[in-house]
Structure formats: structure tokens, C-alpha cells
Write a protein of this length. Sequence first.
Length: 214
Amino acid sequence: MNLNKLKSMRMDYKSALLDEQMVPDNPLDLFKIWMSEAIKRKVPEPTAMALCTSTKEGKPSSRMVLLKEVTKLGFVFFTNYESRKGIELIQNPFAALTFYWSTIAKQVRIEGRIKKVSRSESRNYFASRPRKSQIGAWTSHQSTVISSRNELDEWFRFYQEKFKDKKIPCPEFWGGFLLIPQQIEFWQGRESRLHDRILFLRTSRRWEISRLSP
Ligand SMILES: Cc1cc2nc3c(=O)[nH]c(=O)nc-3n(C[C@H](O)[C@H](O)[C@H](O)COP(=O)(O)O)c2cc1C
């Protein structure tokens, strides 16, 4: 396909609006309303979010992960603690998440502090995963270089055999992170690029709401 037309590709968003008068006091409540709408409107992979981490020196990197829970405290996802993101999050426990739901012209940007979830929470979630995903977690030394696809498949077969007819334990190197938000911005696409942007900023006592220029 010819990509010469990228510069002329654009959408005009006409679907909805976002007003500071209509938002709840807690941005987590608004997030749940928007996520429910994304699910109802059949946005593909609505729980997929870009996770941005950075090294101690401030060099950023990002990748997609899946949101698995929204608690009173924040946003939970699971990964390999020894992966690139895992190491960065342990060394520099601040991160950003971005959701984009194109069907409903909505974006949510979240920034905050990172904590590991409890071992019991990670074990419980791991136990709920399909068996093949559990074996996959044991198989993958995520983010390290491997010699070939074949090597990966062989390790998969090795763990399949090792755990045959057994309950598969959650590896110590695998588990969840909780992002505790310090700010959340809700972006609603509007006509003529005059989008609505509502920012929630956590102060010591409450969430402060402001509107940002698009
Ligand atoms: C839609 C989507 C969802 C993903 N979900 C996860 C996830 O929940 N956890 C995870 O560790 N990797 C997930 N991945 C893979 C990551 O994007 C990434 O390739 C991997 O975690 C290694 O990242 P790192 O080397 O930066 O640590 C997902 C990828 C895509 C495209």
C-alpha cells in the first residue's frame, strides 16, 4: 500500500462532549464509565494500554499491556518483574498509561507512582489464567535475547512436561504492579480539533479539576 497520503488522513470527531459540570468528583469513577462505554461499543481490546516507563537516568520506553483491575487505589497490570519494564519500574517507580478508544474518540492519560501488588494478589490472578498462559509465563525470560523460535518452543514443551497433571505455581519473577494515579486526563475528540480535555490533579486532600486547551 502507498503511504504517501498519511498527511491528508484525519478524522473529524462529532460523537460526544465532555463538560466539567458533568464529571464525577473521583476520576476513577469517570474512568469506569468510559471503560464501560468502550466495552459496550465493542472497541477492539478496550483494556489495552500503552505503558511508559523510564530508566533511573530518565530514558523512556513504552509498550502495550492489558489492564486487569481498577481498584480504589488505581490501575493493575501483570508482567514479568525481570523484563525491561519490570526492571525499570523497580528502579524508577513512576509510570504513565495511555488508553485510546478510536470508535468513541476518547483518550485517557494517567500518570503516577508504581507499587508491586501483594504476592497473594499475583498468585490469585495467575491461578485464574489459562493453563497455556501459565506455562508461557514460565517459558519466557521476557525481554532477553533468545537464539531461535525453536528454543522457546522447546522450553514450552519442557514446562508442559514438568507441570503435567500438576497445579502450576506463580513464578516468583512474575506478578502485578499497581499504578496509583497522581493525575488523570480525559480527552474527548470534538469537531475542528477543538477537543475537550479535563484534567484531574490529586492534591493532599482532593482531586482538583481543570480544563486544558486542546
Ligand atoms: C495488546 C497487547 C497487550 C499486551 N499485554 C501485555 C501484558 O499484559 N503484560 C505483558 O507483560 N506484556 C504484554 N504485552 C507485550 C508487551 O507489549 C511487551 O512486548 C512485553 O511485555 C515486553 O516489554 P518490555 O521488554 O518493555 O518489558 C502486550 C502486547 C500487546 C500488543
